[in-house]
Design a protein around this ligand. Structure first.
Ligand code: NDP
Length: 419
């Protein structure tokens, strides 16, 4: 029925691709295109005997809009799934517009080179005006709203777990559980242990940039920014147990603040073990997290990219990681004139994911929503010309698909609140 072009073939993409192949009655044809074609070929060879989806592969540098346009013209997909890196969001959106194809991704745009003076000028203005200093924000992609709307195309932004499912949980709470939502706490707990002293669960460069940045939250109509890791709480997560979690800036806060009417406060917490934090602080102190190139023995290297080359590839953590993730949202607000609290979340088992698709739960909890988001677009349930985040669509068919394809929701009607 539909033909999709997937860009990227890393940890998250390989899960999304495998899940698409499980729904071959919708995903009838697929082209996997990435920078390193051999990875696409290896995955295609593994999956082709097991699925009815017709898989082809291609090499593409997604930083190059012309190459993307040529590929899209040649393959004629119904949808482009961008599961490469946030650096490629804008070039891929440009190519989709040029070719008249719907677009989706799993993370909002950030530039690879944060020293680029043209980008920096806009970034510094945004920091002053908006009050948060993360390198990523939605303004770059929201700027495509009119062009996508005029072209009759849909761009679905940030359809992983967080961002992604967490916003569908918010839309669900708004639709079914509350007349007014006052506060939202998004809690991302990874209770998995991979046995390494230090490794990241998804792309190290993107992960370390996010975690080492100042934290921030939305309160009473504006951002409150705090030093990185300076707000810590302990929480008892279902099926995981007690964990320390830290307040981070996270991209879905930005769109939820716009789309959940009158919400008073939105915070995001993520769990980290002491070993991870100690290593990260040390690496930051010695300059290894820097994105600014340094000259080493006559060659320019970017410290964080060199570090990435040394760290375990997240795609190899699958067989080693044991334990569960627990990610969800806790709400306070009002229904039928009464104060209420509510929590909706998912628990995912690292080893069960590995058994099913050969990946750990972080790639799984991102790849499954990417497939379900694509399913919503291809079946017309979320077709709406313009650029949208997940909470702007009907959450019901999406959460039904997640229940069915591996990430079932759970509810708690008397959750312990975070102070
Ligand atoms: P990986 O580093 O494992 O994979 C990235 C893939 O993109 C690789 O196949 C890489 O190719 C390819 N790629 C990179 N640059 C280019 C380029 N210029 N042209 C073509 N292909 C390119 O990353 P992950 O799978 O861990 O993450 C994928 C995305 O998912 C990221 O955007 C990440 O931020 C997002 N994410 C979202 C989450 C959510 O909950 N919403 C959670 C976790 C991740 P090569 O093999 O050559 O390196």
């Amino acid at each position: 029925m539909a033909r999709v072009l997937v860009i990227g073939c890393g940890g998250v993409a390989s899960v999304a691709i495998q899940k698409c192949c499980q729904v071959s009655e919708v995903f009838t044809e697929m082209c996997i295109a990435s920078r390193t074609k051999s990875k696409c070929d290896a995955l295609a060879a593994k999956l082709s005997p097991l699925t009815k989806t017709q898989i082809t592969t291609a090499q593409v540098d997604a930083d190059d809009t012309k190459q993307l346009i040529n590929l899209i013209h040649a393959y004629q997909p119904d949808l482009v799934m961008n599961i490469a890196l946030p650096y490629q969001d804008l070039t891929i959106m440009d190519a989709c517009l040029a070719c008249g194809v719907d677009y989706m991704d799993t993370a909002n745009y950030e530039p690879e080179n944060t020293d680029d003076p043209a980008w920096r000028e806009i970034y510094e203005k945004r920091c002053r005006e908006e009050g948060f200093s993360a390198y990523f924000d939605y303004s770059w992609q929201w700027a495509y709203q009119e062009r996508f709307a005029k072209a009759g195309l849909t761009a679905l932004l940030g359809c992983g777990f967080d961002p992604g499912v967490t916003q569908a949980y918010c839309a669900y709470a708004q639709k079914h559980e509350f007349d007014r939502i006052d506060t939202i706490d998004i809690l991302d707990c990874n209770g998995g242990d991979h046995g390494y002293a230090f490794a990241t669960n998804f792309n190290p460069e993107i992960n370390l940039r996010e975690v080492s940045a100042p934290g921030s939250y939305w309160e009473d109509g504006h951002w409150v920014e705090i030093p990185a890791m300076s707000i810590k709480r302990e929480y008892d997560f279902a099926e995981v147990g007690h964990k320390d979690m830290y307040l981070l800036h996270h991209e879905e806060i930005e769109s939820l603040a716009k789309n959940i009417p009158n919400v008073r406060r939105i915070r995001f917490f993520m769990t980290f073990g002491q070993s991870y934090l100690d290593h990260m602080r040390c690496l930051e102190d010695v300059g290894m997290l820097s994105t600014t190139p340094v000259l080493y023995e006559g060659r320019e290297i970017v410290p964080i990219q060199f570090l990435k080359a040394l760290l375990p590839d997240p795609a190899t953590l699958g067989p080693r990681t044991k334990g569960k993730t627990n990610i969800g949202c806790i709400f306070t607000g009002e229904k039928d004139g009464k104060e209420k609290t509510y929590c909706i979340y998912n628990v995912c088992d690292h080893q069960a994911c590995y058994k099913e698709v050969g990946s750990q739960a972080i790639s799984y909890t991102t790849g499954v929503p990417a497939m379900c988001g694509a399913l919503m677009l291809l079946t017309g349930k979320w077709k709406k010309p313009g650029v949208y985040t997940v909470e702007e669509f009907d959450p019901d068919p999406f959460l039904d698909a997640l229940d069915r394809y591996g990430l079932p929701r759970r509810e708690d009607r008397a959750p312990v609140l975070v102070d």
